[in-house]
Design a protein around this ligand. Structure first.
Ligand code: AMP
Ligand code: MG
Length: 414
């Protein structure tokens, strides 16, 4: 890990530079495991998968109707066909057919060998055991060819990919039962701060409830993570050192919140320096200025700020892409939209800001955003009410109501 210089004003590192540094440092894990298809939702496909069969395996009817051979009929005039049997989905029609005969067929049924066309039942007239086709009947319609979805040996899914419900149904259609995925990341997280109290205990004067651990537990929830909550660690360098060393032996990644600044009770940076390698950055981002990034042995370390909204922003912007990269997932990017801003936004130049906003869509589809409330980095209620970040570039000096801004809706990624 290189030590980066701070080309920005006031010694702040830009978001892009910090991301580049993280991207260059982290290599994807190599471990894989074989799992059953129903367990694979959200996991990261490790090896490309080819289809063992044609999908569909045979020619099938695309709708309910009658299967016939177009060559039995003269073009452009009404025709009569005798119905000699039924082809059901799962129960094929196997008997012989003579010229001028057809078979009643249902969607998904195998098309009998003699037939090359299916006419929809709405288009014919039934007269006893014969059907009459209209003069404008079309040959070769309503049949799905074998392999018309996927051919045998064709690649079904290219690795790496985070598997969606759509992917699982594709794999199931091809009969794939077991899937090779990246192993899960082992992630430990804890809070630091003498003022912090776990839920269920009364607050003494000066104490606050630890909210960051619940935020992080939620943000880290992912089928590719095995997450351990390591509790609260006091502002005590020895205790921090013990926690860092123990946690580093058991995890791929450790995330702490608090104590990452430069106050007298902020020991994260010194402790990380003592136990491993450290890159401590003051970032040109608001909220979330201090961020410690480093390694203890083989374990990556992220020391996030203490203020909960700064935890949210630094997790989304730095930790999430780092975890994706480490897990071997293809990178995702937050969906960004340009929308009208109905609030006036205050902003001083120097740091990129992620203000909490409420994005709405009117009945005619027009998008507009407004500020969710006050923007102090401890204000969790405003964060809870918001549904997007309003992203303001470092050199922006504020927005008047009615101007266009960039927003990132939460949980919408490309
Ligand atoms: P620090 O980075 O430790 O100086 O913390 C900055 C601010 O965030 C202080 O007001 C802390 O009380 C607060 N804070 C730190 N950790 C937590 C936490 N786990 N939950 C809620 N607030 C926290
Ligand atoms: Mg603290």
């Amino acid at each position: 890990m290189t030590n980066i210089c701070y080309p920005n004003k006031h010694d702040l590192l830009s978001v892009e530079q910090a991301l580049l540094e993280i991207r260059q440092a982290i290599k994807a894990i190599t471990g894989q495991e074989l799992i059953a298809l129903p367990q694979a939702l959200g996991r990261i496909l490790a090896d490309c998968i080819s289809s063992p069969i044609d999908v569909p395996p045979l020619r099938t009817a695309a709708m309910d109707g009658y299967a016939f051979a177009a060559g039995d009929l003269a073009d452009g005039r009404q025709a009569e066909l005798q119905v000699i049997g039924i082809a059901w989905a799962g129960k094929p029609f196997l008997a012989q057919q003579a010229q001028g005969q057809c078979v009643r067929i249902f969607t998904g049924a195998v098309v009998p060998e003699f037939a090359d066309s299916v006419i929809a039942q709405e288009q014919i007239e039934i007269n006893g055991d014969t059907v009459s086709l209209p003069a404008d009947w079309q040959p070769y319609k309503n049949i799905r060819a074998a392999g018309s979805d996927v051919k045998q040996h064709e690649e079904l899914i290219t690795a790496p990919k985070k598997l969606s419900a759509r992917d699982l149904s594709l794999l199931a259609a091809a009969g794939v039962e077991q899937i090779s995925v990246k192993r899960k990341l082992k992630i430990g997280f804890f809070s630091t701060g003498d003022e912090l109290v776990a839920l269920g205990e009364p607050l003494a004067i000066g104490q606050i409830y630890d909210s960051n651990r619940y935020l992080l537990a939620g943000l880290l929830s992912d089928p590719n993570h095995t997450v351990s909550d390591l509790g609260i660690v006091a502002d005590d360098q020895l205790k921090l050192e013990q926690t860092f060393k123990n946690a580093a032996q058991q995890h791929d990644v450790i995330i702490s919140t608090g104590g990452a600044s430069v106050g007298d009770a902020d020991f994260v940076k010194q402790t990380l320096e003592k136990c491993g390698q450290v890159n401590f950055w003051k970032l040109a981002i608001k909220p979330g200025k201090p961020l410690a990034f480093g390694k203890i042995g083989d374990c990556w370390f992220f020391g996030l700020p203490g203020n909960p909204v700064a935890v949210l922003v630094t997790y989304e912007k730095f930790v999430k892409p780092a975890l994706e990269q480490l897990a071997g997932a293809p990178p995702t990017q937050a969906l960004r939209l340009r929308v009208r801003c109905d609030s006036r936004l205050k902003k001083s130049p120097g740091r990129q800001e992620y203000q909490r906003g409420i994005l709405c869509q009117s009945a005619d589809g027009e998008l507009a955003v407004r500020l969710a409330g006050q923007q102090d980095s401890h204000q969790l209620k405003v964060a809870s009410q918001s549904n997007c970040f309003i992203v303001l570039d470092a050199d922006n000096t504020g927005i008047d109501a009615g101007e266009m801004v960039t927003v990132e809706p939460f949980a919408a990624v490309l």
